[in-house]
Design a binder for this molecule. Structure first.
Ligand SMILES: [Zn+2]
Length: 406
């Protein structure tokens, strides 16, 4: 089965995860694809294949005879973002010649909106019908890993022991739930969950959330003078104390932000919810202090306890944990080049499951899948990306063989 055929099979599964759900996995429909992968992995001859209670599927490709190499994990996720429908995906292949592609449902895809599409002129693209996302994020990663495994076996390519891991609920920030880094028993790992072909990522945001509650004093507005404390307007005053230019819509690259996600309130109670992001650890801590300082200032004006700020760290930039193992990055670069692809690295303005695993002790950069425009109906992937990425993965796997330094 080609990588494209696998991909088209996997996108037919409806695996949208859910932010609201508290179950694990967040949606039971993800298990349909997990079960399919479980069966396919067993058919391929993988050992110790199992599905855990979160719907993660884990299996082992034993090392080829007489091959010494550290255990390496390849990881992708089965769920798709709830930002667009993932049900009844009708993928279609088009030869892109530079003219706007009419997807359907009033949606088009082309260079007027996505100038980078110049790079994929002349390529066959898999696109949607305009009513759903495609699911290349991350079923392309799943298909590419499965194809790499199948090819390693069929072509009897030397390889060390590989742990193959397909996770649920990555899109809702719960992708590593159920994974125990010690139990996985791997030395190194790669997630295959990035964008355009050739990309490898090892820098991501440090992330925290802040919930700030405001407690007011309510009284009839006619006799409120000197007594009322309006929690809603105090909340607005608080927000005005934060830097107006450190917001997502005004930052890019390495620049971090404090993003107001949600606000609710009335005279008596108000709440502002923020997320805080920065690549740089010191700037990250400074942004958290801005929140606490603004709360102190409000309490200075309106009395102690008026504002209560609760900060919670989410994940951290994996850069400092990856750079001591820079060979993971050079292996990726060399593998791309060996497959005729120019490697590039970009800081991720978000997090990855690899970042969490890295901080838990399993260094895990992220690799491209070759897809574009994730989380929307204009998502697409060039067919050749699906064929090249398995080769890239194989090159990486081969690079570990007999390498006693790794
Ligand atoms: Zn993804």
């Amino acid at each position: 089965m080609t990588s494209k055929e696998r991909f088209l099979k996997y996108v037919s599964y409806h695996t949208t995860s859910s932010e609201e759900s508290e179950t694990s996995p967040s949606t039971m429909r993800q298990l349909d694809l997990s079960r399919e992968l479980l069966a396919e992995m067993k058919d391929l001859g993988l050992r110790d294949v199992f599905m855990d209670s979160c719907g993660n599927v884990i299996g082992t490709l034993p090392a080829a005879p007489d091959t010494e190499a550290p255990v390496v994990a390849l990881i992708a996720h089965v769920d798709t973002s709830c930002a667009a429908s993932g049900e009844n995906v009708h993928a279609r292949e088009v030869l892109y010649d530079g003219t706007e592609i009419v997807l359907g449902h009033g949606v088009t895809l082309g260079e007027s909106r996505f100038p980078f599409m110049k790079e994929v002129r002349g390529k066959k693209l898999l696109v949607t019908d305009g009513s759903t996302l495609l699911g290349a994020d991350d079923k392309a990663g799943v298909a590419e890993i499965m194809t790499a495994v199948e090819t390693l076996l069929r072509e009897e390519i030397p390889h060390g022991e590989l742990r193959i891991i397909f996770t649920t609920d990555e899109e809702v920030g719960r992708g590593t739930e159920g994974l125990d880094v010690n139990a996985l028993g791997c030395r190194w790992a790669y997630t295959v969950d990035g964008g355009a072909l050739g990309g490898y990522e090892y820098e991501n945001f440090n992330a925290a959330s802040a919930r700030v509650r405001f407690h007011g004093v309510g009284i009839h507005p006619g006799s409120a003078k000197g007594i009322m404390k309006n929690a809603a307007t105090i909340g607005m005053e608080f927000h005005a104390l934060l830097p107006a230019d450190q917001v997502p819509e005004k930052t890019e690259g390495y620049e971090g932000f404090i993003h107001l996600m949600n606000m609710t309130g009335n005279v008596v109670e108000a709440e502002l919810d923020y997320i805080i992001r920065d690549h740089d650890k010191e700037l990250f801590e400074a942004k958290k202090r801005l929140i606490l300082d603004a709360a102190d200032k409000i309490n200075g004006i309106y009395g102690p306890g008026t504002a209560e700020a609760e900060l919670r760290d989410g994940y951290y930039n994996m850069k400092e944990k990856i750079l001591p193992h820079a060979h993971l990055l050079t292996r990726a670069e060399d593998a791309f080049r060996a497959c005729g692809v120019t490697p590039y690295s970009e800081p991720v303005r978000g997090g990855t499951d690899g970042a969490v695993l890295t901080w838990e002790g399993l260094p895990c950069p992220n690799l491209s899948t070759g897809g574009y425009n994730f989380h929307g109906v204009q998502e697409f992937i060039p067919v050749d990306s699906l064929e090249i990425m398995p080769r890239v993965l194989i090159e990486i796997v081969k690079s570990f063989c007999g390498d006693r330094t790794a």
